[in-house]
Design a protein around this ligand. Structure first.
Ligand code: DGP
Ligand code: NA
Ligand code: NA
Length: 215
């Protein structure tokens, strides 16, 4: 008897690129159209103790040193890693809204000489690797115009978003490019939804337990 492990999908992008919508729809489609068990997660998970500290920082209620907050975001992912592994091994797929790529780029956007790519990447080495990361790419000028503009949180400013986008491009060129598929997020929601579902469907078709491992 063989059973397939779940697939691990990450959706990355700038603020307001449509990640949350696409995650929710992909999860519903995997469950209802492909009839596979699936769980949706997001980082930062603001419900845990590290998540509460991160939330206070994002709201501007606290000031936290740049390295320290980077480590907290990373810890917020690490504390979920055993659950992600367990779900995948038990055959449940996992769709995640943001992952370590966000971790790197939001820190690199601060442009500190002592906060390097190597340091930022290092903290998340060893986390479960997704089968695929979809990067919903959207010009920050267009993103800003979406649904009421940016909110009030720390990074939700056009100048920051432009920097973050530049850093995403830099990071995807640098490493893990084979895990990442950039998608132009300036397309109708339904079209993007269909593309992601199609990808998941064909991935399930190709997959066999023997060919899959978690690294
Ligand atoms: P979200 O809940 O997806 O809107 O994310 C909240 C904000 O936190 C968003 O501006 C992106 C930022 N963010 C997400 N992950 C990380 C991370 O690992 N490090 C840093 N510095 N910022 C992050
Ligand atoms: Na946000
Ligand atoms: Na979001």
């Amino acid at each position: 008897m063989s059973h397939l492990r779940g697939i691990f999908i990450v959706i990355e992008g700038l603020d307001k690129a449509g990640k949350s919508t696409q995650c929710a729809r992909l999860v519903a489609n995997i469950r209802d159209k492909l009839n596979k068990p699936v769980v949706q997660m997001r980082f930062p998970d603001r419900t845990t103790p590290t998540g509460k500290m991160i939330n206070d920082y994002l709201k501007g209620d606290t000031e936290v040193d740049d390295h320290t907050i980077h480590l907290l975001f990373s810890a917020n992912r690490w504390e979920a890693a055993p659950r992600i592994r367990e779900l995948l091994l038990n055959g449940t797929s996992v769709v995640v809204d943001r992952y370590y790529w966000s971790g790197i780029v939001y820190s690199l956007a601060k442009e500190r000489d002592d906060l390097t790519f190597k340091w930022a990447r290092g903290c998340d080495i060893g986390l479960p690797m997704p089968d695929r990361c979809f990067f919903l790419d959207l010009d920050p000028t267009l993103a800003r115009q979406r649904g009421g503009g940016y909110g009030e949180e720390r990074y939700e400013k056009e100048a920051v978003q432009l920097k973050v986008r530049e850093k995403f491009e830099f990071v995807f060129k640098k490493e893990d490019h084979y895990h990442v598929t950039p998608l132009n997020a300036n397309m109708p929601v339904e079209q993007m939804e269909k593309m992601l579902l199609k990808w998941a469907e064909s991935y399930f078709q190709q997959a066999t337990l023997s060919g899959w491992k978690i690294d």
